[in-house]
Design a protein around this ligand. Structure first.
Ligand SMILES: *[C@@H]1O[C@H](CO)[C@@H](O)[C@H](O)[C@H]1NC(C)=O
Ligand SMILES: *[C@@H]1O[C@H](CO)[C@@H](O)[C@H](O)[C@H]1NC(C)=O
Length: 374
C-alpha cells in the first residue's frame, strides 16, 4: 500500500507536495531497510555468485534464497540469512617493505562493518582474497616470481608504532599460493572477528604481507640467507582483490510464509474486490542508478467492492460478512469492509549500498497474490 501511494504521488502531476513525496520515499526506503537513498559513486561488477543467486530466486521455480523448510536460509553458504553483501575492501597499500619482512608488500585491508544494522544477526563473514599476477607485459618476470607467500594479521589497536608492529597484531594465516598462470584464491572464515568489527571503535582491519618468490626456489621466501627475490621498486606487483562476503539475517523481515504460487489475475472487468495488475518500474522512480536488478516488478494491488452477500471467493472474515450485512441495511452508518491483501509474496533485489558494496536482499510481502474483504 505504501508503495502504491508512493508511486502514485511520484507520477501525479504538479499538484503533489514535494515534502510529502520525500516522506513517502523515506518510508519506502525504511521498509527496504535503508536509511537513505543509496548514491553509488561507482558501479562495481556484480560478483557472479550473487548473479546466480539472484537469477535463481527470480526464476520460474521461485526457489528464491530460501529452502522449502526454512524461509530464511542462504543455501549457497548453508547459513541463515536474508541479506548477502559483498563488502568492499577500503584499505590501502601501506608500503612495499615492512619491518619484519623486507621485500614484502604490505597492504591494509579494511571492511566497514557498520553498514550492518544493529538488528541484523551476522551468520557468516568470509574473507575472499584473489591474487592475480599479470606478467605478460614484463618478459623479464617470466622466469621470475610465480608464487606468493601470504601472511594475514588481525590488527588489535592503532598506535603510533603502526599496525605492522608485532605487539599490535595477531597472525591469522600464513600460506603460500601459486599465482601463475591461474589467479590464486584464499578464503577464510572471519565471522567471529567481523562480529567484533561491528562494535564502534573496534575495527582496525587486517594487514596482509605478500612476498613473491619463484617456484624454482621453493624455500626462497623463507630463506634467511637472502635468496628471496626482493621486490624492486619497479617490480610488477600482484593485483589483489579483497572482499568480505557477509550473510546476515534481519529477523524482522523473516517470517515463515508459503511460497508463491503462480497467480493468475483475471482480466474480466469487475468491480468486486480482487488483485489488480500494477507494474512498478524503478526507472519511473529514478532509482535505476542504485537498483541493479530487477528493473521493476509486478507488485499488484487490491481494489474493488465487498458487496452483500459476501461470497466465499472474497475470503471474508466472519466480521466482514456481518459488516456487509449491516452496511446493506444502513449504508450511511456503516461502510463496506475493505478490500486488502491477504496473501503476499517475496521479491529479491540486487543493489548498491552507500559504500558501493553489492547487496542481495530478500524482501517479504512485496507482491500481492490474493485479496480479501476485511
Ligand atoms: C562506514 O559506513 C558508515 C555507514 O555507511 C559510515 O557512516 C562511515 O563513515 C563508514 N566508515 C568508514 C571508515 O568508511
Ligand atoms: C481466497 O478465496 C479463493 C477462492 O475461494 C481461494 O482459492 C483462496 O485460497 C482464498 N485465500 C485465502 C488466503 O484463504
Amino acid at each position: 500500500m505504501l508503495l502504491v501511494l508512493f508511486i502514485l504521488s511520484m507520477s501525479a502531476t504538479g499538484s503533489s507536495n514535494v515534502e510529502e513525496i520525500k516522506t513517502q520515499e523515506r518510508l519506502f526506503l525504511n521498509s527496504l531497510g535503508l536509511s537513505v537513498r543509496p548514491r553509488p559513486s561507482e558501479h562495481r561488477q556484480v560478483p557472479s555468485v550473487l548473479w546466480r543467486m539472484f537469477q535463481r530466486s527470480s526464476g520460474k521455480d521461485n526457489e528464491f534464497l530460501l529452502t522449502e523448510n526454512d524461509p530464511c536460509v542462504v543455501s549457497e553458504y548453508g547459513v541463515r540469512g536474508n541479506i548477502v553483501r559483498f563488502v568492499q575492501d577500503q584499505g590501502r597499500v601501506v608500503s612495499r617493505w615492512s619491518d619484519g619482512c623486507p621485500g614484502c608488500l604490505e597492504k591494509h585491508v579494511f571492511f566497514n562493518m557498520s553498514i550492518l544494522q544493529p538488528v541484523e544477526q551476522l551468520s557468516l563473514a568470509q574473507l575472499e582474497l584473489k591474487f592475480h599476477w599479470d606478467i605478460s607485459g614484463s618478459p623479464r618476470f617470466l622466469l621470475g616470481p610465480k608464487a606468493l607467500s601470504v601472511s594475514l594479521y588481525h590488527v588489535l589497536r592503532s598506535t603510533l608504532k603502526g599496525a605492522n608492529h608485532q605487539a599490535n597484531r595477531i597472525l591469522l594465516l600464513s600460506q603460500s599460493i601459486r599465482l601463475h598462470p591461474q589467479p590464486g584464491w584464499l578464503k577464510l572464515d572471519l565471522t567471529a572477528l567481523a562480529e567484533i568489527w561491528r562494535q564502534p571503535g573496534r575495527n582496525y582491519g587486517l594487514v596482509l604481507e605478500l612476498q613473491p618468490y619463484t617456484l624454482d626456489l621453493p624455500d626462497a621466501a623463507h630463506d634467511q640467507a637472502g635468496n628471496a627475490l626482493p621486490l624492486g621498486p619497479d617490480a610488477t606487483l600482484p593485483e589483489l582483490q579483497a572482499s568480505l562476503v557477509s550473510v546476515s539475517l534481519n529477523p524482522l523481515q523473516c517470517h515463515s510464509r508459503r511460497k508463491r504460487s503462480a497467480v493468475y489475475l483475471p482480466v474480466t472487468p469487475s468491480t468486486v474486490c480482487r488483485p489488480r495488475r500494477l507494474y512498478i518500474d524503478f526507472r519511473d522512480v529514478g532509482w535505476q542508478d542504485w537498483i541493479i536488478a530487477p528493473q521493476g516488478y509486478l507488485a499488484n494491488y487490491c481494489h474493488g467492492e465487498c458487496p452483500f452477500p459476501l461470497s466465499e471467493s472474497l475470503n471474508g472474515t466472519n466480521h466482514a460478512i456481518l459488516q456487509t450485512l449491516v452496511h446493506s441495511l444502513e449504508p450511511h452508518s456503516t461502510p463496506q469492509p475493505c478490500c486488502v491483501p491477504i496473501r503476499l509474496s517475496p521479491v529479491s533485489m540486487l543493489y548498491y549500498d552507500n559504500n558501493d558494496n553489492v547487496v542481495l536482499r530478500h524482501y517479504q510481502d512485496m507482491v500481492v497474490d490474493e485479496c480479501g474483504c476485511r
